[in-house]
Design a protein around this ligand. Structure first.
Ligand SMILES: [Zn+2]
Length: 133
C-alpha cells in the first residue's frame, strides 16, 4: 500500500470512529474526531502534492541524466561538435557549437550553417560568426 492508500485507510478508520462516537453523545470526543478528519484530509492533499513534486523531480533527473549521457558522446573537433557513437534520433554531426554550448541542443549543420541560430562555420567564417542568409 502506498502512502496515499495509507492516508485513505486512516481517514476511513477515523470516519468509523466518528460513527461510534456519535452513539456516546460526547461533544468533546466528536469535535476531536472532526478535527482529526480535517487534519487527515489536509495530509492527503499534502501527500498528493508531494507525489506530484516527486514525479516532476524524477522527470527532471531523467532529463539531466540523458543530457549528461549525451555530453559523454559529444566531441569537439575542428571548431564543431560531432558524436563519438550513434544516438537514436540524431545524426553523427557536425553540430552547431552555439546551439550546443548555449542551449544544450545538438542542431545538425547544413553546409556548415545552422538553420536555428543562423550561425555559419567554415574556413571563411570560423566558429561563432553569424551571417545574414
Ligand atoms: Zn545554431
Amino acid at each position: 500500500m502506498d502512502v496515499l492508500g495509507m492516508v485513505d485507510k486512516t481517514f476511513a478508520g477515523i470516519k468509523k470512529l466518528r460513527e461510534i462516537s456519535q452513539k456516546l453523545h460526547d461533544a468533546e470526543l466528536q469535535n476531536t474526531i472532526a478535527d482529526l478528519l480535517v487534519d487527515v484530509a489536509d495530509l492527503k492533499v499534502a501527500v498528493a502534492n508531494q507525489r506530484e513534486d516527486n514525479a516532476q523531480l524524477r522527470t527532471d533527473l531523467e532529463k539531466l541524466r540523458n543530457q549528461d549521457d549525451l555530453r559523454k558522446k559529444v566531441k569537439y573537433e575542428n571548431g564543431m561538435y560531432s558524436l563519438t557513437q550513434p544516438v537514436p534520433g540524431l545524426s553523427m554531426g557536425p553540430f552547431c557549437p552555439r546551439c550546443w554550448e548555449d542551449r544544450g541542443k545538438l542542431m545538425t549543420l547544413q553546409r556548415y550553417c545552422c538553420y536555428v541560430c543562423e550561425a555559419s562555420y567554415g574556413p571563411d567564417t570560423g566558429p561563432f560568426q553569424t551571417e545574414t542568409l
